[in-house]
Every structure is written in C-alpha cells, then in structure tokens.
Design a protein around this ligand. Structure first.
Ligand SMILES: Nc1nc2c(c(=O)[nH]1)N[C@H]1C(S)=C(S)[C@@H](COP(=O)(O)OP(=O)(O)OC[C@H]3O[C@@H](n4cnc5c(N)ncnc54)[C@H](O)[C@@H]3O)O[C@H]1N2
Ligand code: MOO
Length: 426
C-alpha cells in the first residue's frame, strides 16, 4: 500500500493545537489530608486576618515604649510585672504607666502595651521588678493583626496545585475540606503483538510493555488518574474496538505504538475510520516525530510512539499541557533553565531534538549533559534523566559550551518561551 504523505508541523504549532482543547472537569470535595497534589477548583479567600490578633513574636515582656524613653545603661528604668501569659491566653489586665506583662511567643499583646522587649535584654530583680537599660520604640516586636494576610484577600487561586505550603494556608483558614477538580481519567492502551505483561517471561521476539507503566507515572504527576487498560495486538479490528471502548469510559485515551508507517501501524487508518479529526501526525522533533493527536466526539486521543523515549517525550510535551490546562494550572509546560552543554553533540539536527540529560547546578550556571544511549528506542537513559536538553533543529550538531535550553523533569524552572526559543535558532 502506498504511504500517505504526512504534513509535518513545528513543535510549538502542535502544542498550540493541543492548547485549544480543555476538559470540563467537575469539582469534588476532599479532606485536607487527601488534597495533596490536587488542583484547587475555586479561589480561596482569607476568612479572617492572620495573625488574628496582635501577638508577640518573642518570649519577653510587653511594655509601654514611652516608659523606656529615658532608659540607658547608667539609668535603667524599672517596671512592675503585673501578669504572666503564655500562647493561648489573653491577659485580663491592662498595662498602665511603668508596668509590664511577662509574655511568651504567640501570646496576645495585652491592653495598654505597645512593644515587647526580649527576655535576654531585661534583668529580672526580686518582687516582680524588671530593669530595662535601653530605649524601646512603639511597635517594636509586635506582629500586627492582619500583617500576613488581611481578611477577604484571595489567598489561593483556582488551579493552584496543593502542596505542603498551600496545605498550611488552607489549614490556617479552617478549610478542613477543599474543592478540587476531579482528576481526569486517562486510559492507556499499549498496542503491539510483541508486548508481554510485566510478569511474563521473555520469549523470542517479544518485549515487556514498559510504556504503559511509564505513562501512568507521568499522568499521575500531571494530576491525572491513569487507567492501564491492557495491551492490544497489531490487529486493526481489535485495536479499533479497543480504542472506542476506552474512549467511552475515560476523559482521554493515550495509545502507544502503531503510529508510524509500517505494515502493522494501524492507528492512522483507525483515526480515519473513526471519523476523528486529526490534529497532527508528524512533528519536527526527535524523538517523537510520529506523535499524533486527534479529536473524537470532543475528546482528545493521543497516539504516542511505541519507542519508549519518544513516547516519554511526546507525553511531556503534548499530554502535559492538555491535562494541566484542563486543571487550570498556572504552569502547564515543563519549566526551563538555560544550561551550558557539557559535551559535543555531533549528530546533525534536521529536527529539534529533546535529548535525555542531566542538569546539575554549579556555583554560577546549570550544566547539561546527555545521558545514556541517545536513541528513541532506548529505555535506560530515561531512568537517569532529570531534564530534556533542547537542541533546536537546522544545525549540524552542537558544541560543548553552547548555551542550551533545558526542560526540567522535576522542579519548577521558569516558563519557557517555547515559540521564541525554537524559532530563534531553528
Ligand atoms: N520506514 C519508516 N520507519 C519508521 C519511521 C519512519 O518514518 N519510516 N519512523 C521511526 C520512528 S521515528 C519511530 S519513533 C518509530 C515509531 O513507531 P511506532 O510508534 O509506530 O511504534 P511501533 O512500531 O509499534 O514500536 C516501535 C518500537 O517500540 C517498541 N514498543 C512498542 N510498544 C511498546 C511498549 N508498550 N513498551 C515498550 N516498547 C514498546 C516496539 O517493540 C518497537 O521496537 O517508527 C520508526 N520507524
Ligand atoms: O521520531 Mo522517532 O520518535 O523518535 O525516532
């Protein structure tokens, strides 16, 4: 059969096509303990001031600053301690001239006081008398009500990913349950007659299905709920039926394998038979040039390469922004840092390459080194990589010492100006 010519598109153009679509995800309530890694479904308001009352940030004495106006080492002032309070208590006494209240960190400032002096700076005498030998200014050492967050502030935006710091804020304001977007359910189908389950013994010609587990892990990190739906042999009808069934019960289906031009690469013809709208099936990138996407009844269907590294990259570059965009996340792409390439990369580069690599930080710069076997069928490099080194296309290779963009697989980085970075050098 003659091979149909595919229209090749640039990476950023493919990303833009994906970004036009978003899942409409319902909201659900989860407890604070269950909310880690979820995405907020609505803005969160500060329900009160924080701190909710003026409080002491130190163990010390609450005083009237004006009583220390003339204090010096030679002429200390003496104050009468009328009460002692710890955090959680409120003094019923009001401080008058030349009086003080012993106060612990976190306790409410008593009436009449306008400053706190730390314990270490005070000498304590008998009969509840303290001596202060320095001038204290009004307002010293007082954490003022609302200085951290005033009531009514939008403290967290819809789409915020919940992590330890966000949890601290939610707990502070009494949100013991929180509204989050329901996790998008992502069906994963591995195609290929050569595939064995992970627990099966190797037999000649066969390999284990590693892609499904890899994708499931990637999806979890992107806020989705993966469902490994098994594997399909290279049979048109079985694959066609398998995909339709998977699309019915999930928000998004990802297949791996069968998207190239081989005799058993049925995916392109299956899209056609389904009547799905093809978004792309050839991208100017390596690995992952065969990465495909189509829309079927309003849902996206990603056809990732069977080659593990190509599959991994396709998932990070195109599935990630779709899922995270649907979750209203503020950052939908991998974060980027500029790094210095540590080795020559001599291969000619007709297409932009996303090379598995490691970024290490030294005192002044990030250093990027390719890792492992640089073939799209290789799997070992994936376990070592913490970044994808971006080598824009149209070159004969890249020299050690070149400044390159690297996409971080862990950690935030900055938002990469994708289009500029790619266009300027390709
Ligand atoms: N004549 C051409 N041949 C190929 C082209 C081309 O343009 N012309 N493109 C090559 C490129 S680039 C890639 S990438 C691959 C893509 O192939 P497919 O995505 O159709 O994937 P398969 O052929 O089904 O498998 C490729 C490779 O990956 C292994 N595989 C498949 N599924 C899994 C899995 N779940 N876990 C682990 N490994 C898997 C499979 O056994 C193959 O070795 O096509 C090139 N060929
Ligand atoms: O384009 Mo294929 O995905 O890597 O080698």
């Amino acid at each position: 059969m003659p091979i149909e010519k595919r229209e090749i598109i640039q990476v950023w153009d493919a990303v833009k096509k994906v970004l036009k679509y978003q899942l409409k995800l319902p909201l659900e309530s989860v407890t604070l303990e269950e909310s880690d890694g979820r995405y907020l479904g609505e803005n969160v308001l500060a329900t009160h001031d924080v701190p909710p009352f003026d409080r002491s940030p130190y163990d010390g004495f609450a005083i009237r600053a004006e009583d220390t106006a003339g204090a010096s080492r030679d002429e200390p002032v003496e104050l009468n301690v009328i009460d002692s309070i710890g955090a959680g208590h409120v003094s019923e006494k009001e401080i008058k001239q030349n009086e003080a209240v012993r106060i612990m960190t976190g306790a409410a400032i008593p009436k009449g006081a306008n400053a706190v002096i730390m314990l270490e700076l005070v000498s304590e005498k008998e009969n509840n008398i303290i001596s202060i030998s320095r001038k204290v200014e009004a307002g010293d050492n007082i954490s003022v009500q609302g200085e951290d967050t005033p009531e009514g502030t939008t403290i967290l935006k819809k789409g915020t990913r919940i992590h330890a710091g966000v949890t601290a804020v939610l707990a502070t304001f009494g949100y013991h349950t929180v509204k989050v977007f329901k996790k998008p359910v992502v069906g994963i189908l591995a195609t290929g007659t050569e595939l064995l389950d992970v627990d099966e013994d190797l037999v000649p010609g066969k390999i284990r299905n590693s892609n499904a587990y890899m994708i499931a892990s990637q999806i979890k990190k992107m806020g989705g709920e993966p469902q490994i739906l098994g594997k399909l042999p290279d049979d048109f009808d079985e694959t066609y039926a398998g995909i339709l069934k998977a699309m019915e019960k999930t928000d998004l289906v990802i297949t791996t394998g069968g998207v190239s031009v081989g005799d058993f690469d049925h995916l392109p013809a299956i899209y056609k038979k389904m009547g799905a709208d093809l978004l792309f099936n050839k991208i100017a990138m390596r690995p992952g040039s065969v990465t495909s996407a189509a829309v079927f009844e309003g849902k996206l269907l990603f056809g990732l390469s069977g080659n593990p590294s190509a599959c991994f990259v396709g998932c990070e570059l195109f599935v990630r922004p779709y899922l995270l965009g649907s979750l209203n996340a503020q950052k939908v792409h991998l974060g980027a840092v500029t790094s210095i390439l540590q080795k020559d990369y001599p291969k000619p580069n007709p297409f932009t390459r996303f090379v598995r690599g490691r970024v290490e930080w030294n005192a002044t710069a990030a250093a990027a080194s390719p890792v492992g076997l640089d073939k799209s069928g290789s799997v070992s490099s994936l376990s070592e990589a913490n970044a994808l080194i971006v080598l824009p296309g149209g070159t004969r290779g890249w020299e050690k010492g070149s400044q390159v963009m690297t996409l971080l697989l862990d950690g935030e980085g900055s938002v990469w100006p994708w289009d500029q970075a790619l266009k300027s050098r390709s």
